[in-house]
Design a protein around this ligand. Structure first.
Ligand SMILES: C[S@@+](CC[C@H](N)C(=O)[O-])C[C@H]1O[C@@H](n2cnc3c(N)ncnc32)[C@H](O)[C@@H]1O
Length: 281
């Protein structure tokens, strides 16, 4: 145990170091540098994922592939460390090339590791785990394989490529609280971005099936697409018919909230006019 003065001095030194590191990163990042270029090249989906990483945290990016999310974590969220994991050597070679475009100060915070899911991480090594671009069942399998790495202090930032409800159900059963959720559209495809912390939350069936936010342009557009898809089905199973009824009810809610009386409407109505698109749930 040190004295209050010694603790204060250590805190001040640590703060100075952190500020120094931030300044080094900032100095290395005018828009004309390769890093500025890389940051600009982050897709909207990756940018929105990175936005859910707590500032200054240690992060794991599982299934990093091209390695761009780790750069976003350092650039946008000042991540103090990123462990970028991939199962295969080829994606890691691509990630290595991506890191080579970044200033040394940024690349130094990112470590590439080859391995399966959370296995390459030590217990308590990170504050946030990102898993993006994999199917929901794969994400769940990765999380379930190493419960000792998914401790209550860890934020999960997930982007399932399919079966959104399956993943939300798992998060509900795992005692997770949603902190942010949105549907990001990219190249005419919807991508769910969901961040959770550990904590109490009573997940309703609507939370699981329609999401915990149920607001925003991305959500309205997804609902319009799902509604159009279901309304086009002439003969369907009881399960699909039941789902169609629930989508109709959601659609009513969104439409009445976004369409002032007497207007032809915007938001949900405009999304509906755009017609059906291929989607996910
Ligand atoms: C479709 S890419 C997604 C890349 C990136 N996360 C994104 O969202 O743009 C999936 C990556 O996950 C990797 N992957 C698949 N299963 C994995 C596992 N169990 N552990 C680590 N990486 C895995 C694949 O090798 C591939 O590079």
């Amino acid at each position: 145990m040190g004295s209050t003065f010694a603790r204060g001095t250590r805190r001040a030194t640590a703060a100075r170091k952190a500020t120094g590191a931030r300044k080094a990163v900032a100095a290395a990042m005018p828009p004309s540098t390769p890093l500025g270029h890389t940051a600009a090249a982050l897709s909207e989906r990756l940018r929105r994922l990175a936005a859910q990483i707590p500032r200054g945290s240690a992060v794991a990016d599982i299934g990093t592939d091209h390695g761009r999310l780790p750069l976003g974590a350092v650039i946008d969220r000042d991540a103090r460390r990123v462990v970028a994991v991939d199962l295969r050597a080829d994606p890691l070679a691509v990630a290595r090339r991506t890191l080579a475009t970044a200033p040394a100060e940024v690349a130094a915070r990112i470590e590439l590791r080859q391995g399966d899911g959370l296995a390459p991480l030590a217990v308590d090594e990170v504050d946030a785990i990102v898993i993006a671009g994999m199917g929901a069942a794969s994400i769940v399998a990765i999380l379930e394989a190493h419960p000792d790495r998914v401790t209550p202090r860890v934020r999960l930032v997930l982007q399932p490529a399919n079966e959104w409800a399956l993943l939300r159900r798992w998060l509900a059963d795992a005692g997770r609280t949603p902190v942010a959720e949105e549907i990001v559209w990219e190249r005419d495809r919807p991508h769910l971005v969901i961040a959770t912390d550990a904590g109490p939350w009573t997940w309703t069936d609507d939370d699981v099936d329609f999401g915990t936010s149920r607001a925003g342009e991305g959500y309205q557009r997804w609902l319009a697409q799902e509604s159009a898809r279901l309304e086009a089905i002439a003969v369907c199973s009881d399960a699909t018919a039941a789902w169609r009824e629930r989508v109709r009810a959601q659609w009513q809610r969104v439409s009445s909230a976004s369409t002032p009386a007497g207007s032809t409407g915007s938001g949900a109505a405009a999304a509906a006019r755009r017609g059906p698109r291929r989607g996910d749930r």
